[in-house]
Design a protein around this ligand. Structure first.
Ligand code: ADP
Ligand code: MG
Length: 767
């Protein structure tokens, strides 16, 4: 079950001068303070402190059933879907049968609490250290609700650092009577103040009666009827004290829908352009420059590239600003599509920007574009076209004078395309008719950065001869090589139109990927040597061992040294790591590209930015330390030419399941295996992304702070794809039909929308 964040005081409207919770019966200053820390200040806050989970006889498996499930799962492939899902927590209810302690060596003690639920199978909770404490707390015949990850090992069910709750005699009765009991997220502070689960249930029970009449409906009658959702008051009651599983399910569905619906409303409003009256400069779809480049390309565009280019050109023809996401796996050929779109913009007399998340990637794009543009310029000269296209680069590491010269070219409009990093929207940079903004690896940038660039673009039309009267916004194309599962792209990129390049150029061969154990490294090195002897090149990648770049560099330097002297004394080994200066990195990459090195020893900085088709093998050491997205990106550095390529994922020899002593150790190990196995089994970026999302959860997957997605209390972006789709459809339909929510049947929605998003949408208020 996903963690339920502490509700914010703003989830629903609370009465203006709500009484402090301290004056409620049963709450003194100490309890009030403990609640305040968790954001519960008023009775209505407490009403919105929804349970994180529930227990009842039906949802709690007997120990016998749990054992069967665990044993079955073990017999499955360790990587099966079922096994992955077992990482979710289970709750069992059982009596304490015995409490035993043992001492290991001098001072390592453990306490084993044996559990029995009369099903004929027993379970055990193990605590390391603090034996005296646990022995005092747990006593025979107590009834416990134990929630956590269960493992079956050594003939026993074991719980790994579970959350334990004593079921008090009163509750034991309602539990056995078949009621569904809410479980609240109690902090240590609450427990210390005597706010046990039972006290909490009683407090909430009092509040429910008193506060529910104050809850305002947020959804329209039409939506409630259409989906047969309970009203907000009934839903709130059922969430705390469900009458049945069905009623609880309905209430949860309603809350999920509500959260997602108002978020999708925001996206629909943005998408509809209500927020601004922006106009973009229209770009003619016939572009002589693009046509010329197409003739020069040594390949034909794939069908997917053509389709996506067409979609972008169609967008840009209109004065409605393009907001398009171009998704495509590594190597699917996004850059050239972006370049063709930029050439169309240049034909329309506009400037273009291409923004990359790192200097290395910016450099790579710069070099790629410059190569294309040079050829284009030669061709232009050939056909006596007086135009000369110019590409400039703007990154952080540049010298002042160099920067000034480039700024001048940008301001004068002499630079047609500017490639760069965040430096692109520094205050000193001014553009001239900036009409198209291309953003690479969008997931690393936030909505804010997009907005910054937009501002720059608007300013660049300030004294424009043709376009002055209106707010000018550039066309925006964002590119992502990180395939994102569909459910997420509906939220993260919800205000963008999505184009997908779902086809790789024809000459590609699938990269052969294999997990290898470290004891086999000599064989792997021999294999690398053979590839080199065939005239190919290789990468050896080391993880970022510590969070510090210095340490990372050191380890790469050391490995480089060792490999060069001990393993490959007759070969030339290059070195690339994050601590090198940008031009040093560029030199290293250039040298590798020019075949001056046989092998490039690198850290994750090679993840982006290197395009060396002659490199056919990549060895990733300690591959278990990398995330899936990173492994996928790294692997994308090979397989870029026509030759068969290989990716070897080295990891420690021992990968046995056992119950970790540290919290989450067993889970982490499982997750490692799933990552490596996924890499070995598939090269489909979208499949990899699905697994990655499952393993990490959406917050980690996207980096929530950057993504602009709120934290939902009820909705789960991983598993609620169907609700997202419905909420999105409804929200977009309503906004299309009634953009300002002026119709009377939309009043409740409008009120709630404004309450949540007023800051963003002051315009709505005008009506
Ligand atoms: P990505 O989508 O990862 O940014 P790139 O744009 O870097 O991919 O393209 C990867 C490589 O494929 C480049 O070397 C590029 O020149 C080449 N390429 C792009 N389109 C095609 C195509 N249609 N046919 C063959 N090669 C292509
Ligand atoms: Mg790219």
């Amino acid at each position: 079950m996903p963690e339920q964040p502490i509700p914010q005081a703003s989830t629903h409207s609370s009465p203006p001068q709500a009484a402090s919770i301290q004056y409620m019966k049963g709450i003194g200053p100490r309890r009030a303070e403990a609640l305040a820390v968790a954001g519960i200040l008023t009775p209505s806050d407490l009403l919105r402190f929804y349970p994180r989970s529930y227990i009842d006889r039906n949802s709690v498996p007997s120990l016998r059933d749990l054992k069967t499930a665990l044993v079955n799962a073990q017999q499955q492939d360790a990587f099966s879907e079922q096994n992955m899902n077992l990482q979710t927590e289970v709750t069992v209810v059982a009596f304490v049968r015995a409490v035993r302690d043992r001492t290991f060596g001098k001072n390592r003690t453990m306490v084993a609490v044996e559990l029995d639920d009369h099903s004929g199978v027993k379970a055990e909770i193990v605590f390391w250290n603090q034996a005296e404490y646990f022995k005092r707390i747990y006593q025979e015949d107590q009834l416990l609700a134990v929630s956590g990850i269960a493992e079956y090992a050594y003939g026993k069910i074991q719980f790994n650092h579970p959350e334990i709750e004593r079921i008090e005699p009163d509750d034991a009765e309602s539990y056995t009577a078949g009621r569904i009991l809410p479980k609240y997220r109690l902090t240590q502070k609450m427990k210390d103040a005597g706010l046990t689960m039972r006290v909490m249930r009683n407090l909430v029970s009092a509040v429910v009666e008193q506060e529910i009449p104050n809850l305002h409906e947020t959804l329209s009658e039409e939506l409630l009827a259409k989906f047969d959702f309970p009203g907000i008051q009934s839903a709130a009651r059922q969430l705390h004290f469900p009458d049945s599983h069905e009623a609880l399910h309905k209430a949860r569905e309603r809350m999920k829908f509500e959260e997602l619906f108002f978020f999708e409303m925001l996206l629909a409003m943005r998408h509809n352009g209500i927020k601004s009256i922006d106009k973009a400069p229209a770009i003619g779809e016939k572009s002589p420059l693009a046509r010329l480049l197409l003739e020069l390309l040594p390949f034909d565009l794939t069908r997917a590239q053509k389709r996506v280019l067409r979609e972008a050109l169609d967008d840009m023809r209109s004065t409605k600003p393009m907001n398009r996401l171009l998704q495509g796996d590594v190597g699917s050929g996004k850059t050239v599509v972006a370049l063709l779109a930029m050439l169309a913009a240049i034909d329309a007399g506009l400037q273009c920007v291409m923004m990359a998340p790192t200097e290395i990637l910016a450099e790579q794009h710069y070099n790629t574009l410059r190569d294309y543009i040079e050829k284009l310029n030669t061709k232009l000269a050939d056909i006596q076209d007086p135009r000369k296209i110019s590409v400039a680069q703007l990154v952080g590491g540049q010298k002042k004078r160099q920067r000034a010269a480039i700024s001048e070219q940008i301001l004068s409009g002499e630079a047609n395309i500017i490639v760069g990093t965040h430096a692109l929207f520094q205050s000193t940079v001014e553009y001239k008719r900036l009409g198209l903004v291309v953003i690479d690896e969008q997931h690393r940038f936030g909505v804010l950065q997009r907005a910054e660039l937009k501002k720059k673009a608007t300013a660049s039309f300030a004294n424009d001869a043709e376009l002055t009267a209106e707010e000018i916004s550039p066309h925006i194309m964002v590119m992502s090589a990180t395939p994102i599962p569909r459910t997420l792209s509906m939220t993260v990129y919800g205000d963008l139109d999505v184009s997908v390049i779902d086809e790789l150029p024809k000459n590609r061969k699938t990269i052969k990927t294999k997990v290898v154990f470290e004891s086999k490294l000599p064989v792997v090195f021999q294999f690398l040597r053979e590839q080199v002897e065939k005239g190919h090149q290789a990468y050896i990648v080391y993880p970022l061992v510590e969070k510090s770049e210095k340490v990372e560099a050191k380890s790469a330097v050391e490995h480089h040294e060792r490999l060069q002297h001990e393993i490959f004394p007759d070969l030339k080994l290059g070195l690339l790591h994050g601590q090198m200066l940008w031009y040093e990195k560029e030199d290293a990459m250039k040298a590798f590209k020019n075949k001056e090195f046989h092998i490039l020893v690198a850290t994750t900085v090679v993840e982006v930015g290197i395009d060396v088709p002659n490199a056919t093998v990549m060895l990733i050491e300690n591959a278990d330390r990398f995330g899936l997205a990173q492994l996928h990106q790294l692997r994308g550095r090979v397989g870029r030419g026509a030759e068969q390529s290989f990716c070897l994922l080295a990891t420690k020899d021992h990968f046995k399941f056992h119950i970790g002593k540290r919290e989450n150790e067993a889970q982490e190990r499982k997750s490692c295996i799933i990552r490596l196995k996924t890499m070995q089994d598939t090269s489909d970026g979208f499949k990899i992304a699905e697994v990655d999302l499952k393993l990490r959860g959406p917050g980690d997957f996207l980096g929530t702070r950057q993504s602009g997605i709120p934290e939902f209390t009820f909705a789960d972006l991983v598993s609620d794809g169907d609700v997202i789709a419905i909420a999105r459809r409804e929200a977009f339909a309503i906004v299309a039909e009634d953009p300002h929510l002026r119709k009377s049947e939309h009043t409740t929605i409008r009120n709630e929308f404004l309450r949540q998003h007023q800051k963003d949408f002051t315009l709505l208020d005008v009506a």
